[in-house]
Design a protein around this ligand. Structure first.
Ligand code: HDD
Length: 717
């Protein structure tokens, strides 16, 4: 065979459609000293002519298909530097995955500041209304490895890097405002317990196992967090529809040196929404990349995810009224006690150029703060400050990870740190130490009074070295109860089911019993329901470290359902179609959805699509068994009678409807769909969640109804 026959032609190569890049802004994501874009795009171009493949040394390659051999069937030659370099590089492509938050998804965007906040902070990016600061955000799950599914029941990481003019500020938060533990010393234990059990190496990305609940049952301080992870917060419908929290109390410090304690909140513009557990399990099978795909698609479609940044200002009055310690990360400050003041918005408007270059290499560090923002003494935060810097060294291979474009500040960087692996930025000139007596260019950078100063917090008078937890951290149950009673009955039911599910996977009875003994200190009704679901007797309540406060008021802000968006914007309808569907109604549905800011996806028996009643083709977005209803917020069945009869024979179509019904979704149906509904006996279960879709005007009625997101009144679905 001739060599030319073994290579794909250039025509074949160009057959794949080129995706248009939304990353057009030239200045965004550029590292100031290398000038390279965050994705490394410019770097590639630096090799020379755009079209010619080269080695890493820039040498043009003539054949990328065949290694060098002695004769066509002969032994390979060691001198083949092109082959060697390619395989060598491939062998070293992986870096250690993050020990936690390994699975994540990043995007670029900006933060727009609303007001001059100089009364509270001298942080540069909070001084001028309307000013935009470049940001990079990475969302993540905690326990699963990089390839685990998106809809695991888990906390979601919400890490934001602000490239401010005075350096990088990282707000490394979660979608849950509290944490499992009070002192970072327990973090390795927590993570060991949550990860796959060390002898058997499973379960992956799940907390439903003995080790996790063993640890939980022995750590009463985790009880509040247990309430959150057993709630729907742990299975968000989209990363776009979840809140974010800085968790710890932080300090803002103004130019006069006055300090104010604050908590940071991210509120999603499109409101909160979660899925139900049975749906989450099925999404993980149907589309393990559900969240990242959703993020990618919405940014690509110009439907930019947006959050408002808010602060709770912890005035002395608030602190005095708060019956817990503001340094305890297992407690939140109810919004009813300290309202959240919006101070700016975050818009994610660019996908990354390259997943590895940005999402994988981005290095968040809690100690990355800027003048005007400072740490509090929260022991969890203090421990984090040590851990993050340390982990980046291991993960990114050396101390110069700030030279990677995604981590480099966008403002000038001048210091005397030098050398080390992969050093891209060394001091210029003669001086590399301070003080020095050189002048002019040779002198190098010097300190400034306007630089970062730690808030001079006085130490407590009687402080001595101790390994002790403050007594003010001792109440582990009151806020757990407050969270539970602040949920709607449906949300409470979900929590009960989640606890029953998780504990039913625990094989050791003593662990369940111990956990139930703790739950009794939260709420007897909750404990009784869980015990009933497990088929076990309730034990005696455990002895709390401090008697809980039982009359904390409900906090409606803690419920997802009480804070719905009131809009169907950003959501998706799955339209199940067959040949012969009424095209006019289909068009009306599409335009009603678009008017609302929602989208539709066509689910057809064949991906090539269907022929509508007017002879026009409607192309499918998904083939029926690739587009189950769990991927959509609501469904519509637009079919012909023949089509419905045909669909009734197909398990995927039956599941499509049965699942939509069981997951409380709104279901629009054309008259012709009744055969299918009857076949599933859904005609007898019709409720207000079913919306007839006979005429064009019905389409907008359906979309307006969908603003409630789910039909929770459906009994026993
Ligand atoms: Fe952490 C990663 C959030 C406690 C140690 N953490 C990591 C990430 C997020 C959080 C969002 C992923 C960042 C990214 O996308 O790259 N972590 C939190 C929150 C905590 C918390 C909100 C409690 C309020 N973490 C925590 C403690 C420790 C760590 C107490 C250790 C003492 N976290 C790490 C780490 C990670 C990390 C090992 C792994 C990868 C990384 O840092 O960059 O250093």
């Amino acid at each position: 065979m001739k060599k030319s026959q073994q290579k794909p032609s250039s025509k074949q190569k160009s057959a794949s459609p080129k995706e248009s890049s939304s990353n057009s802004s030239p200045s965004v994501g550029k590292c100031p000293f290398t000038g390279l874009a965050a994705g490394g795009e410019n770097h590639q171009k630096a090799y020379g002519d755009d079209d010619i493949m080269t080695t890493q040394q820039g040498v043009p390659i003539s054949d990328d298909q065949n290694s060098l051999k002695m004769g066509t069937r002969g032994p390979s030659l060691l001198e083949d530097q092109v082959h060697r370099e390619k395989i060598f590089h491939f062998d070293h492509e992986r870096i250690p995955e993050r020990v936690v938050h390994a699975r994540g998804y990043g995007a670029r965007g900006y933060f727009e500041n609303y007001d001059n906040l100089s009364d509270l902070t001298c942080a540069d990016h909070f001084q001028r209304a309307g000013e935009k600061t470049e940001t990079f955000v990475r969302f993540s799950t905690v326990a699963g490895s990089a390839g685990s599914p998106d809809l695991a029941r888990d906390v979601r990481g919400f890490a934001v890097k602000f490239y401010t003019k005075k350096g990088n500020w990282d707000l490394v938060g979660n979608n849950i405002p509290v944490f499992f533990i009070q002192d970072g010393m327990k973090f390795p234990d927590l993570i060991h317990a949550a990860k796959p059990e060390p002898d058997r190496g499973f379960p992956q990305a799940q907390t439903a196992h003995d080790n996790f609940w063993d640890f939980m049952s022995l750590m009463p301080e985790a009880t509040h967090m247990i309430m959150w992870i057993m709630s729907d917060r742990a299975i968000p419908r989209s990363l776009r529809f979840m809140e974010g929290f800085g968790v710890h109390t932080f300090r803002l410090v103004n130019a006069k040196g006055k300090s104010t304690f604050v908590k940071f909140h991210w509120k999603p513009k499109q409101g909160m929404q979660s899925v139900v557990w049975n749906e989450a399990v099925k999404i993980n099978g149907a589309d393990p990349d559900f969240h990242r795909r959703d993020m990618w698609n919405s940014i690509k479609n110009g439907d930019f995810p947006e959050w408002e940044l808010g602060i709770q200002i912890l005035t002395q009055k608030v602190v005095d009224k708060f019956p817990f310690d503001i340094l305890d990360a297992t407690k939140l400050i109810p919004e009813e006690l300290a309202p959240v003041r919006p101070i700016g918005r975050l818009v994610l408007d660019q996908v990354v150029d390259n997943f590895f270059a940005e999402t994988e290499q981005v290095a968040f560090c809690t100690q990355n703060i800027v003048p005007g923002i400072d740490h509090s003494n929260d022991p969890l935060l203090q421990s984090r400050n040590f851990s993050y810097l340390d982990t980046q060294l291991k993960r990114l291979g050396g101390p110069n990870f700030t030279h990677i474009p995604v981590n480099a500040p966008r403002c000038p960087m001048r210091h005397f740190q030098q050398d080390g692996h992969m050093a891209m930025h060394n001091p210029k000139g003669r001086a590399n130490y301070e003080p020095n007596s050189w002048e002019g260019e040779e002198r190098g950078p010097r300190e400034s009074d306007a630089g970062f100063k730690s808030y001079p917090e006085p130490a407590e008078d009687d402080s001595v070295k101790v390994r002790q937890r403050s007594e003010t951290f001792a109440d582990h149950y009151s806020q757990a109860r407050q969270f539970y009673i602040s949920q709607t009955p449906i949300e409470q039911e979900h929590m009960v089911s989640a606890l029953v599910f998780e504990l039913s996977k625990v094989k050791t009875e003593g662990i369940r019993t111990r956990l139930m003994a703790n739950l009794l200190n939260v709420d007897r009704g909750l404990a009784e329901k869980v015990a009933n679901g497990l088929g076990m007797d309730l034990p005696e309540a455990s002895e709390p470290a401090r008697q809980p406060i039982t009359d904390l008021p409900e906090s409606p802000a803690l419920s997802i359902l009480q804070n719905g968006p009131g809009s169907f914007s950003g959501r998706k309808v799955g339209v199940l179609v067959t040949d012969g569907l009424r095209h006019k109604v289909f068009k009306a549905l599409k335009s009603a959805a678009e008017k609302e800011g929602a989208t539709i996806e066509v689910v057809a028996p064949k991906v090539g699509g269907v022929i509508a009643d007017d002879g026009e083709r409607i192309v499918g977005d998904e083939k029926l068994d690739g587009g189950p209803s769990v991927l959509y917020d609501a469904v519509a069945i637009l079919v012909s009678e023949e089509g419905a009869t045909e669909l009734a024979k197909q398990p995927a179509a039956r599941d499509f409807l049965a699942d939509a019904f069981a997951h409380y979704k709104f279901i629009a149906y054309s008259r012709e769909a009744e055969t299918l509904l009857k076949d599933l006996q859904l005609d007898k279960k019709m409720d207000d969640g079913f919306i007839p879709l006979m005429k064009t005007k019905d389409a907008s009625i359906f979309i307006e109804t969908c603003r409630k997101l789910r039909f929770w009144d459906r009994p026993g679905a």
